[in-house]
Design a protein around this ligand. Sequence first.
Ligand SMILES: *Cc1c(COP(=O)(O)O)cnc(C)c1O
Length: 422
Amino acid sequence: MDLDFDRQHIWHPYSSLIDPPPVYPVARAEGVRLFLEDGRGLIDGMSSWWCALHGYNVPELNRAAQEQMEKMSHVMFGGLTHEPAIELSKKLVEITPAPLQRVFLADSGSVSVEVSIKMALQYWQSQGHPEKNRLLALRNGYHGDTFGAMATCDPVTGMHNLFASHLTQHLFAPAPKPKFDEPCTDEDMAELRQLMEQNREQLAAVILEPIVQGAGGMRFYSPQYLKRVRELCDEYDLLLIADEIATGFGRSGKLFACEHAGISPDILTLGKALTGGTMTMAATLCTDRVAGGICRGEAGVFMHGPTFMGNPLACAVSNASIELLLSGPWQDRVARIEKQLRDELSPLNDADGVADVRALGAIGVVEMKQPVNMMQVQEALIDRGVWLRPFGRLVYAMPPYVMDEADLRQLTGAVVDVLGKL
Ligand SMILES: *Cc1c(COP(=O)(O)O)cnc(C)c1O
């Protein structure tokens, strides 16, 4: 591979073209392994950023893509419809919390977040409340890289500083304090409640990642907190947007993380694992109330419609991925991975540089006291046959659900070995 060309011409995520970090050439991927050009196989602990639930080169997904490709890879969704989109929307309505009945198929996670924000604003506009146009988000939250989504990311650890003058100024409540297995007190909700109370006239919706704050810190918080946010949204008549782009499809141990709290949002965003990691696809679901409100408004229609909306190929693969997931023992697999991650990473609790070790569902996190040298840690892990991508103080794994015990043991062993020596 022409890595020189890559270095000089191609942006990678959050990278420099003046001082580019090393990138490793992948030739193919199979099962839970990425194969580098030089033949080395790496156990993938990232699921390609939460996506590849079933691992790689999955026959069921390949077949779905091939069969659909021979019928049509894409047709416009304006004025036309097709079986893969109908089937996918039926599935999504069926498996998500009951009040979510209306489906908008989008082409990436960030776009589905933009769509969710637009839905919330258009809903209030059509209710005669155009002044309700701000969102209440959580510190440590992450919702994507486009401008609307970016404005809801953590204002300090996110990208606000650089673009502050171009971003809508939303409101931010502190990150949820009670941990996953802790109860939630009135005091834990006080600041959020106060922000709602003081800004109820301008607030359209709360946006949050349910239970797991992902890219903003890999934090797991109390289902009781989520339940209380739902109650407060009802009390102050705000919509609740749940961003399950990372948590959806079983990652947190429930099919959707909202189920931990037994709540339903008014608007739900899905992405990442929707196609099982084969290609890009996302969806925004909403309730009848939101959809009806929007469509009875002045505009009469929902104002959004990307070119690749409802792409048939992506819908067909999503259908195959959801079927494959639901027809297998995913709960058992995820529960086993959770236990193994917790057990095998726990020795790091005694290591000097480690602040916390935690696991929930198929997510294992080692939080260090100091930021880690990503390149150095990455390289040491690669030497041990493992692919992870640490960021900041976090070294974390979210393996494909199909990873067997031995591969996961090699992965956790490598992490313990490398971090224990830091
Ligand atoms: C990844 C992610 C997004 C953005 O999705 P993209 O497909 O990268 O645009 C939004 N919200 C959450 C919670 C995410 O993890």
